[in-house]
Design a protein around this ligand. Structure first.
Ligand code: S3P
Length: 179
């Protein structure tokens, strides 16, 4: 059992950050950026912040230091971001696996699970080769294995949206035309 640190004390909803959670490839960064712009809030991308803190790419951290080190760094970065001012935050797909991160997200953010059908996500992730957990693996099988472990945690998010990036992009574009 983890004890609740003082900075994990729940804060009022209107002061909470908005944290997008969900599997890799669902569009958290793209949507997060757009959402932040529309809400006039700062945006942070967990992976970019980790890379800046480490001075290495996510791929290099996995290759040279291993996943455990990556996860430890990820937890530190998430803690720092969630302790800071209100923002829109795109979390790395595995960030919620850390129980401290999970507790901080619950206390300090409105969490939104971006949920998408795995076949579509498998196609999307093949466009880039930046995700170490997919390297040398069948993307659909890898995503299914991740979903099995992570969906029970993602399901505890405050909100869930059924969407993939393209669908949301279309929606945002339409909203911009009509508002
Ligand atoms: C990971 C997701 C990636 C990145 C790393 C590990 C995961 O972030 O943090 O490759 O465990 O699902 P995105 O979800 O932004 O791709």
């Amino acid at each position: 059992m983890t004890s609740m640190a003082i900075d994990d004390e729940p804060i009022p909803v209107h002061r909470r950050s908005i944290a997008l959670v969900g599997l890799m490839g669902v569009g958290k960064s793209t949507v997060g950026r757009r959402l932040a712009k529309r809400l006039g809030l700062p945006f942070a991308d967990g992976d970019i912040e980790i890379e800046a803190a480490a001075g290495m790419t996510v791929s290099d951290i996995f290759a040279e230091l291993g996943e455990a080190e990556f996860r430890a760094g990820e937890a530190r970065v998430m803690k720092r971001l969630l302790a800071g001012p209100r923002m829109v935050l795109a979390t790395g797909g595995g960030a919620i696996l850390n129980s401290d991160t999970c507790a901080a997200l619950k206390a300090r953010a409105v969490t939104v699970w971006m949920r998408a059908d795995l076949d579509t996500v498998a196609q999307r992730v093949q466009r880039r080769d930046t995700r170490p957990l997919l390297r040398g693996r069948d993307p659909l099988e890898a995503l299914q294995a991740m979903a099995e472990v992570r969906y029970p945690i993602y399901e505890t998010a405050d909100l869930a949206v059924d969407a993939i990036c393209e669908a949301l992009e279309t929606w945002w574009a339409a909203a911009e035309i009509t508002t």
